[in-house]
Design a protein around this ligand. Structure first.
Ligand SMILES: *[C@@H]1O[C@H](CO)[C@@H](O)[C@H](O)[C@H]1NC(C)=O
Ligand SMILES: *[C@@H]1O[C@H](CO)[C@@H](O)[C@H](O)[C@H]1NC(C)=O
Ligand SMILES: *[C@@H]1O[C@H](CO)[C@@H](O)[C@H](O)[C@H]1NC(C)=O
Ligand SMILES: *[C@@H]1O[C@H](CO)[C@@H](O)[C@H](O)[C@H]1NC(C)=O
Length: 362
């Protein structure tokens, strides 16, 4: 009778002493404008971040990595550009997103390499300051890395006009999927070599349903469906990066590598809006023209009265309610819903907030 609790306690001890199951105390974020408001593609307000790193209007919605940080019990990771380079500052994580290795770089593929370099330098800095190499390894292994690339690249490819034509990759729109998926998979591998053991890669949203692409594709959509060609392109990337990660897993022992299918999450909402409290799946909450897709969000007067009923905030970004649902579905699988978007494990498991073996959390 008294034995059982003791055994349980021992078991818990053993589980908890495996570094991989300890809750993460640091979150490092790499990505584009889906991961940092400093990376906005909108050519408007240049003072988009407050000193605390929060997005200001018109990007005033919290982004997925920041919502996930909150679930981990961490503050939003500070932007790299606001830091002074001391180890104490970076110990709980850094947001590298938006560092693009040269503004205007074609499709910002350079951003992946640039941010990867900053991330590995940061891990080296922490290593120098750690009491022992073992401590450094353990800290790197416990930290969580989120990679969220692709949305800005596809937004550019999908936008009509001279810019897209001038900068389209030689291999065409379809070539981007391979290029970008290879680059992101390589980044996961390089982070592993630098000591990272917990990595989540975010897929790209169904941009074919985003207000900007809907507006551009007015000639092909009837206003109810999405631009299928655009969604196929994005799905091509998502499938490819998921496959690359699957191929990587057996080669990176001791690592948890997760793919989160943002596309599926948003499509579930667009397909069953009422189930989640939405009634506007096409039109941006803040924008002008058909679907609010001609001109992006510029002033507070443009904001719709009920943002929480809109799937899209502006040209390409979902509203904060949608992002909050995506964060919740990435974190855990609610018993009453079928919406699991991260595989093979949830982010709650990845971050060590829940053991993959335990069936549920109290
Ligand atoms: C631009 O950002 C600043 C940041 O403080 C804010 O005060 C201002 O209202 C913003 N401009 C617009 C047009 O929203
Ligand atoms: C760097 O920032 C930290 C925390 O904000 C501060 O304590 C430290 O004094 C700063 N160091 C330098 C060299 O500015
Ligand atoms: C996400 O989960 C949190 C915590 O359980 C909850 O408070 C919030 O309402 C959820 N978000 C949405 C949009 O349902
Ligand atoms: C879950 O899936 C089942 C079978 O596919 C379906 O009948 C049910 O409506 C789904 N529930 C939710 C909340 O989506």
């Amino acid at each position: 009778m008294a034995l059982l609790p003791l055994l349980l306690l021992l078991l818990l001890r053993i589980v908890a002493s495996a570094p991989a199951s300890l809750p993460a105390t640091a979150l490092f974020v790499l990505g584009d404008s889906t991961a940092s408001c400093a990376a906005t593609t909108l050519p408007i307000n240049l003072s988009l971040t407050s000193s605390s790193g929060n997005c200001l209007f018109p990007s005033a919605h919290r982004l997925l990595p920041d919502l996930l940080a909150a679930k981990m019990g961490l503050p939003p990771p500070p932007l790299i550009s606001t830091l002074n380079g001391t180890a104490a500052e970076v110990a709980r994580g850094v947001n590298f997103a938006g560092e693009d290795g040269g503004r205007g770089a074609i499709f910002r593929l350079g951003a992946v390499g640039q941010q990867l370099r900053l991330a590995t330098e940061t891990l080296q800095l922490l290593r120098l300051e750690a009491p022992t190499p073992q401590d450094a390894d353990a800290a790197a292994a416990r930290a969580v890395f989120i990679l969220s690339f692709g949305t800005d690249a596809y937004a550019r490819v999908l936008s009509r006009g001279s810019e897209a034509d001038a900068s389209a990759p030689k291999h065409g729109r379809r070539g981007l999927a391979r290029l970008l998926a290879d680059r992101v998979a390589r980044a996961v591998e390089e982070l592993y070599e630098a000591g990272a053991r917990r990595t989540a890669v975010m897929g790209v949203a169904p941009l074919g349903c985003a207000p900007r692409v809907m507006w551009e594709g007015l000639h092909v959509v009837d206003g109810r469906s999405c631009v299928e060609e655009a969604n196929e392109l994005v799905q091509g990337y998502n499938a490819r990066v998921a496959a690359r990660l699957a191929a990587l897993r057996p080669r990176l022992p001791g690592a948890d590598i997760v793919f989160c299918d943002i596309y599926k999450g948003i499509m579930d909402i667009i397909t069953h809006p009422a189930r989640f409290g939405f009634d506007e799946t096409r039109k941006a909450c803040c924008g002008l023209g058909p679907f609010g897709g001609t001109v992006g969000c510029l002033t507070k007067e443009m904001v719709c009265p009920t943002p929480q009923r809109h799937v899209w905030w502006d040209l390409y970004s979902p509203t904060e309610v949608v992002t909050s649902l995506l964060a919740n579905w990435s974190w855990s699988t609610p018993s009453h819903s079928n919406t699991t978007i991260c595989r093979p494990i949830t982010l709650e498991m990845l971050t060590g907030h829940m053991s993959p073996m335990s069936p549920s959390k109290s």
